[in-house]
Design a protein around this ligand. Structure first.
Ligand code: SF4
Length: 64
C-alpha cells in the first residue's frame, strides 16, 4: 500500500496526522505531508485507511 495527499484538495485540518501520526505530517502551511516513502508497513495500513475515511476533503489517496 502506498499513500499520497492531493495538495489541491487538502485544507490542512490535520485530522490525518491525529489518526496516523507515523504516516502524516504537515508542511509550513499546515497541509498534510506523507512521512513514509514507498510501501507502508503492514501495521500502519489500518490507521492509514482510518485517516483516509476521516479526511473531510477526500484528499488522501491510497494505492494498493
Ligand atoms: S485530514 Fe485531509 S484535509 Fe486534513 S490535513 Fe489531512 S489530508 Fe489534508
Amino acid at each position: 500500500m502506498r499513500v499520497r495527499v492531493d495538495q489541491d484538495s487538502c485544507q490542512g485540518q490535520q485530522m490525518c496526522s491525529i489518526a496516523a501520526p507515523e504516516v502524516f505530517g504537515s508542511d509550513e502551511l499546515g497541509h498534510a505531508t506523507v512521512l513514509i516513502e514507498g510501501d507502508l508497513p503492514e501495521h500502519l495500513h489500518a490507521k492509514t485507511r482510518r485517516a483516509q475515511a476521516n479526511c473531510p476533503e477526500d484528499a488522501i489517496i491510497i494505492e494498493e
